[in-house]
Design a protein around this ligand. Structure first.
Ligand code: NAP
Length: 322
């Protein structure tokens, strides 16, 4: 069993930034990275909107740089997956990974969310090569292009509207004939001259040539008719799943599984904090996640300091009474 002051679960910008702060505060810090060091930015080929990089930076490089910065102050990294947590007895908290067991005085949960996938042929072959799950990250690369957006919820419509800044046409492909998105977004999308809709239709396959997506196979669910449609890009917004399953019922979540925190990043368990996309389904940016990771770390540092003072006072009282 390894004892640590702060255990951080997740290695996206929120977790890495939290590690930078807690390690720099001289607290022993371990980051359990999960399957992919860097989280979602590790799958973004270029990040152009993270402050400080006027020429942009590749997502994996940005993650690696923050990781190195945290490591410089003593943070350690465990390239493993959390399999079990026990917050029921309070601090220190038990956290198990596939290969290790930790006793952590404070835990910061930055385990993120995963864009839902269509799981169709070609989708993964062309991810980052015409298939994207992030309009803010990749929209710029589709200037003057024809793209499709898959989904009929708020994300699909909001991102489709955003993508019209770049693309010459955006076709929203939705599996039903009624959109799930709110009326205000629906009206804005319908009024946008660059946006078209194809209803009752699913994407069966993404096709490509020379390593880039160049067509999708669309199938009408009512008629069964299928045909190939040339495209330059496919943006998929069919929902996000917060990676909160491992916390079972120990942390309070909303109905979608996002961990609920107060304005100081505190979860319902004293000493456990959360930041980034595991609680934030609104902003979803590397920079906001980093900011939330920083806030969670500062709260963890304060909480551990207060707790150490309390324990010291209690010890002094006990000695005086003896
Ligand atoms: P969502 O509301 O769950 O919508 C997902 C959409 O994708 C639905 O239209 C769904 O179709 C479709 N879909 C799901 N699986 C599919 C599949 N396998 N193939 C094809 N289509 C599929 O997710 P979201 O749009 O990401 O929104 C998530 C939450 O964030 C919501 O509560 C939303 O209100 C909120 N949000 C709000 C705003 C805003 O207010 N501006 C912006 C973004 C997100 P069906 O409709 O047929 O189920």
């Amino acid at each position: 069993m390894q004892k640590v002051r702060v255990l951080i679960i997740g290695s996206g910008p929120a977790g890495l930034t939290a590690a930078l702060y807690t390690a720099r505060a001289q607290l022993s810090t371990v980051v359990v990275t999960g399957m992919q060091m860097g989280g979602q930015i590790a799958t973004t080929h270029e990040v152009e909107n993270y402050p400080g990089f006027p020429d942009g930076i590749e997502g994996p490089e940005l993650a690696e740089r923050i990781r190195q910065q945290a490591e410089r102050f003593g943070a350690r990294f465990d390239y493993d997956i959390v399999t079990e947590v026990d917050f029921s007895k309070g601090s220190p908290f038990l956290v198990r990974t596939q290969n290790e067991e930790y006793s952590a005085d404070s835990v910061i949960v930055t385990i993120g969310a995963t864009p839902r996938k269509l799981n169709i042929p070609g989708e993964f072959d062309y991810t980052g090569r015409g298939v994207s799950y992030c309009a803010t990250c990749d929209g710029f690369f589709f200037r003057g292009k024809d793209i499709i957006v898959v989904g009929g919820g708020d994300s699909a419509l909001q991102e489709a509207i955003f993508l019209t800044r770049f693309a010459s046409s955006v076709t929203i492909v939705h599996r039903r004939d009624t959109l799930r998105a709110g009326m205000a977004l629906q009206m804005r999308a319908r009024e946008n001259e660059k946006i078209r809709f194809i209803f009752d239709t699913v994407v069966d396959e993404v096709k490509g040539a020379n390593g880039m997506a160049n067509a999708v196979t669309l199938r009408n669910l009512k008629t069964g008719a299928a045909d190939d449609r040339p495209i330059d890009g496919v943006f998929i917004f069919v929902g996000y799943d917060p990676n909160s399953v491992v916390f079972n019922s120990q942390l309070v979540t909303d109905e979608s599984g996002y961990i609920i925190v107060d304005d100081r990043m505190r979860t319902n368990v004293e000493g456990v904090f959360a930041g980034g996309e595991i609680h934030d389904d609104v902003f979803r940016q590397a920079i906001t996640a980093a900011g939330q990771g920083c806030a969670a770390a500062l709260m963890s540092i304060n909480w551990l300091g207060d707790r150490a003072d309390q324990l010291q006072a209690l010890e002094a009282e006990t000695v005086a009474a003896e």
